[in-house]
Write a protein that binds this ligand. Structure first.
Ligand code: CO
Ligand code: ZN
Length: 333
């Protein structure tokens, strides 16, 4: 699982350009799928049909997003300096000194205009990307080119650090769960979605096409376990989180109860999640068509949307266990 996570996090897939990650996933899931398709928005839909008959067979959609935050070139000046706009939730405080890799392989570093006050992070409009070019003609990128932040994957004991743990850690959990399900009474759709970071777009259209009865997003969640952090209950290393609420959705109480009781029965550590900032694909699934019973399994993650997002390996292992337990048995509601 770690080497697959390294490969996935070191691959570039800014929102709207998810192909490279999709290809890796496609190869991994092929032996375990009954059917694979890519929809018009680019989401990869992996269908696993029921292997045993049961009364409460449910059509369940699981979603982990392939895309990551990044930048889009908006202007190149005559000296070859690039102005950019954000593609997803890019925070100014994380971008100074960062390296950006574009889809054509060109790399740049982020610089900034002279500051009014040296202690304040400048707004994005006062930042630029230096591509090492001397003129516009010389610049290896043009208006409309997409890039993402460049950073290696590292292991710090049980803590794993990389760019795009949001949401490649969810992607890896979903792939491993698919691999570990021996039999299921449920009709399962493992969906690797596009354009989550720009407003949960791919999950909404995929849910419309699949028309699931239950939807679960697998994504990261913020924690309250660092110095002077937001007061939140989630901690690294204490197990997967069962989402109760985030600013974008209220999880279906039946799904929350199903997830929590399954974890308790299987003796898998878990946490209850009330997230104060952010949302996930589950929001789009829940309100698609006539509505879907939805919830989320969240992976605790520090420094979300920085180039050094941190997760705990045991949380990934326990997330795979919980998903496998949930999907292998008939649903009781
Ligand atoms: Co995100
Ligand atoms: Zn995410």
């Amino acid at each position: 699982m770690k080497s697959l996570l390294k490969t996935l996090t070191e691959t570039f897939a800014p929102s709207g350009y998810e192909d490279a990650v999709r290809q890796i996933i496609q190869k991994e899931v092929k032996p375990y799928a009954d059917e694979i398709r890519v929809d018009a928005m680019g989401s990869l839909i992996v269908h696993k049909k029921p292997t045993v008959k049961a009364k409460n067979s449910r059509r369940i959609m699981l979603a982990a997003h392939m895309d990551e935050i990044g930048v889009i070139v908006s202007h190149v000046d005559k000296n070859g300096f690039v102005r950019f706009t954000s593609n997803g939730g890019v925070f100014g405080r994380y971008t100074l000194g960062a390296r950006v890799r574009f889809m054509n392989g060109a790399t740049g570093v982020i610089g900034f205009d002279k500051l009014e006050s040296v202690n304040d992070a400048p707004p994005m409009s006062k930042m630029y990307i230096d591509m090492g070019a001397k003129s516009r003609k010389d610049c290896p990128v043009k208006v409309g080119d997409f890039g993402a932040f460049d950073r290696d994957y590292i292991e710090m004991g049980g803590r794993l650090v990389a760019k795009s743990m949001d949401d490649r850690s969810g992607v890896v959990v979903l792939i491993e769960a698919l691999k570990s399900i021996k039999s299921t009474p449920n009709d399962l759709y493992f969906v690797f979605t596009t354009q989550e970071e720009v407003g949960v777009r791919g999950a909404g259209t995929a849910a419309y096409g699949i028309d699931p009865e239950i939807g679960i997003a697998i994504d990261v969640t913020g924690t309250g376990d660092t110095p002077a952090s937001l007061k939140m209950a989630m901690e690294l290393g204490k197990g997967p989180c069962v989402k109760v609420r985030d600013p974008g959705m209220l999880s279906d109480p039946r799904v929350v109860e199903w997830m929590a009781s399954t974890a308790e029965k299987a003796k898998i550590p878990y946490q209850r999640e009330v997230l104060l900032v952010g949302s996930t694909d589950a929001r789009a699934i829940q309100v698609s068509r006539a509505g879907v019973m939805a919830g989320a399994l969240s992976i605790p993650c520090r420094y979300i949307h920085s180039a050094s997002e941190m997760v705990d390996y045991e949380d990934l292992v326990n997330s795979v266990k919980l998903l496998t337990a949930l999907l292998s048995k008939p649903v009781s509601f």
